[in-house]
Design a protein around this ligand. Structure first.
Ligand code: AP5
Ligand code: MG
Length: 214
């Protein structure tokens, strides 16, 4: 199963990707997670990416295309993959098509998640992540048992640098301008599966499954 999760910041791509990878036994490829790890490790790529990410802008296409091409070539991607947060521009989508066709592969479904902007802001401003294991929480919708402490590993919970309101608004603008055009791009390819992202996490997962297995 080769999947793309498409949708604005905070819509629940990462949350839904985690459930899909458990169900199908395939890896999640989140360019955001890979870039944040590079920023934390101060790699040359991370140093270059940090300014773009902190302002809510996109990292240049050639950087993220390189990341994904390298990742897709790894053995655990043979049974399938869930792309989370990639592609985000038409240039990235075209490049992905080329990379996959050279591998004799293709995309099965592009799941497009949507919720209204007010809900996106609530989800993003309330999100907390574990600094140690990366588990994602929400102060209201998915709180940890002890405030600020990860249930899974007792690591410290933190707020992402780009989850401050001013940066969120820029990320949403960048999404509308550069990523939303991919909805019609994939509709024209016959791959788009639209799913309402509002509702419980399990409810959204069921809606996704009925679109990709139905
Ligand atoms: P990235 O990390 O991909 O961020 P994003 O696309 O902005 O999306 P988020 O991770 O913020 O949201 P999500 O949809 O995963 O939501 P989540 O499941 O966490 O990218 C970050 C940056 O990296 C970019 O701005 C850019 O600079 C760079 N970058 C990455 N990829 C790139 C690319 N391809 N090209 C160029 N640059 C790139 O959920 C959010 C919150 O809501 C959580 O707290 C969660 O608990 C809660 N929640 C989830 N589902 C529900 C629900 N059903 N009900 C209630 N709450 C829910
Ligand atoms: Mg995410």
């Amino acid at each position: 199963m080769n999947l793309i999760l498409l949708g604005p910041p905070g819509v629940g791509k990462g949350t839904q990707a985690k459930l899909l990878i458990d169900r199908f036994g395939i890896p999640q490829i989140s360019t955001g997670d890979i870039l944040r790890a590079a920023v934390k490790d101060l790699t040359p790529m991370g140093v270059k990416a940090k300014g773009f990410m902190d302002s809510g802008a996109l990292v240049p296409d050639e950087v993220v295309i390189g990341i994904v091409e390298e990742r897709l070539a790894q053995a655990d991607c043979v049974p399938g993959f869930v792309l989370d947060g990639f592609p985000r521009t038409v240039g990235q989508a075209d490049a992905l098509k080329g990379v996959l066709s050279r591998m004799g592969r293709g995309i099965d479904h592009v799941v497009s998640l949507s919720v209204d902007q007010k809900e996106l802001l609530t989800r993003l401003t309330g999100r907390r992540a574990c600094a140690k294991c990366g588990a994602v929480y929400h102060v209201e919708f998915a709180p940890s048992k002890v405030s600020g402490v990860c249930d899974a590993c007792s690591g410290e919970l933190y707020q992402r640098e780009d989850d401050k309101e001013a940066t969120i608004l820029n990320r949403l603008k960048v999404y509308d301008e550069q990523t939303a055009p991919l909805i019609s791009y994939y509709q024209e390819c016959g791959l788009l599966r639209s799913v309402d992202g509002l509702g419980t996490v399990d409810g959204v997962q069921s809606a996704i499954l009925s679109q990709i297995q139905g």
